[in-house]
Design a protein around this ligand. Sequence first.
Ligand code: SF4
Length: 769
Amino acid sequence: MVDRIADPWGARTPYPRGGDWPVRVDENVEGPVDRWVQSACGLCSHGCALDIGVHDGKIVGVRGRDVDRVNHGRLGPKGLYGWHANNAEDRLLRPLVRRGDVLQEATWDEAMDLVAERSRESLATKGSGALGFYTTGQLFIEDYYTLALIARGGIGTNHLDGNTRLCTATAGQALKETFGCDGQPNGVHDIEYCDTILHVGINTAETQTVLWMHELDRLRGPDPPRSIVIDPRETESAREAQVHLAIRPGTNLAALNGLAHELIEDDRIDRAFVDLHTIGFDALEKTVSSYTPERVAEICDVEADDVRRAAEIIGEAEHLLTFVLQGVYQSHQATASACAANNINLLRGMIGKPGSGILQMNGQPTAQNTRETGCNGDLPGFRNWQNEAHVADLARLWNVEPMQIPHWGPPTHAMEIFRYAERGSIEFLWVIGTNPAVSLPDLGRIRSILSQEGLFLVVSDAFLSETARLADVVLPAALWGEKTGTFTNTDRTVHLSERAVEPPGDVRSDMEIFLDYARRLGLHDKDGQPLVKWTTPEECFAAWKECTRGRPCDYTGLSYDKLRGGSGIQWPCNNEAPGGTERLYQNLTFPTFAEVCEDFGHDVQTGATFSEAEFKALGSEGRAILKAAKWTPPHEWARDEYPFALITGRTVFHFHTRTKTGRTPELEAAAPDAWVELCPEDAERLGISQGELVRVSSPRGSVEVTARVTGPRQGVVFVPFHYGYWDVGDDAGPDGRPRAANELTMTIWDPVSKQPQLKTAAVKVEKVA
Ligand code: SF4
């Protein structure tokens, strides 16, 4: 096998427009294989299908599944090597309970008795609002749906959210604002038909490696698509683009408004489509009327001619595909900007057709499922918390009273959950499969919240993460490959992931842990029967299918058996679409009817929530909604004392806070420590050379990392967010040599999606003497 660390994307297999993407099976097997077990990769939102090779009860390798629609056999470096984490020597094997200052091994009964006792105490003394749950984007549907039922239908707390708030809350929200409901309009095979790709804040080559292979194979084939990239960094995708708008961080909205302005000004819009299938054009036209290329050039610090050229290319497109990711979602005016990207396709009438449409990408493998199951600030099955009929329907499914399901206000978002914990109104917090002590902004504050006396902190994880070290109880959870369940990737493809090996030690799956918790709390339905009526993942999947019946994310045509053997299948999959659905909205009818929609929407400028009456007054009724907002300067703008804009992000070799990829020798060797990227001009001015130790400081903290003189535009620095402190000695922690990017970021979030802004902090950069 070629060295996929040196060449993350592997050999090219070019194909022409409209052709089939050729199969290329990637594998990494280290030893003999007794059997292969079907699964999919869980190390980014692409969810590439693979088989797990097992020998002697241990995972020994993986092989891409050639039959699968998503990856046609390919895997990226994380997929090829990441399974090593399952075999890591420092796996947690037994529960831990804090006794004094020390976490000590305990039995499951001891640990779960304590968790249940503290939950009951908080419920009895302060009520359901004293309990909070902060979950992940890496569990399976079955885990999430069980947790959503327990938290929302059983305990009755509104405080359930996922770390997907940090990664894709804006994707879901922008889809709700524009189309009335979450769910990717398009699929990855639209790459095969498009003639133009607009990338907004997405570094495809590193964040979704196999998507980039798909794209790169078109770029290397006959009749390649033209490409536009909006990104402050010179990424692989930017190097391939016809136009790269290397904008200042925090100016996405101005750039997108500028493109809309040019399309309207040059009459390169599909008037008939706009009139028939959208509302809001007049307001949009008025809002973008002042965003001339010259004004955009001034705000974004790019060339006006490049803005014109980008608009020309979009205007000439016949099949425009738009990709959006964290460069938008984690930045200033996130939802307004993501909606502005939707606007571009709608103005051109390019949606619902092969090669034409939008992928508001996800970050994590199962981010889509947190949003579908109600673990990320929504009610399960894309139900609308403001719609009494939706709540009543959910109550019927769960056999509870509607008032048992909190819907008196919007579900609490993660940033607010931590604020409530800080203030003491949440006194029991269960963190599941995520590591906020590294991933949330303004880490000094987060560490102090997690370690405060009055908070009882439970952490489920496979490893003793930075967050687990602060816990009162740590529950050892099974990893991918050690449990069975389903998950849905960024283009709605559902995969089955089967248990390949037994979990080590006394480790249990998340669903088993939740079922035990529900039993110990004695949660029951309104007839006194156990609230959770399933005991296996497959039974849970059957219940989940019923929850989605008739909803836009309809899973009723799927089953474990149907998902075995062949390709993953895209929802909606039901009687009308038994083979799944390649792209949504082909009939150009959008779920913007009041009785169907998942959300009544917001003013994307201010974040003001629309009521049902306000939504009805818009009169969308099946038409998409063009939402417009003016650009405003970010909260923290690079200035005298802090003259650089900081953006944080990912590298191709790591995922999240490295709990898995940091325990994978090949990936860890490829990127063992944090760094800061700055451009040659800035480095020269500051007297900084490649590899020198540099201090990056914001008003909240600092990191000391080595310099990489490369990539970003002038005045911008980039720091990867993966690195914390679990694998460094005591002298290198936050009080020694800090290196976690979120020491620098700020507590501020988008007014609509509530996603924290991780990409607009102002910093200074100094060489460490
Ligand atoms: S692209 Fe994502 S899902 Fe596919 S192998 Fe790489 S990390 Fe895994």
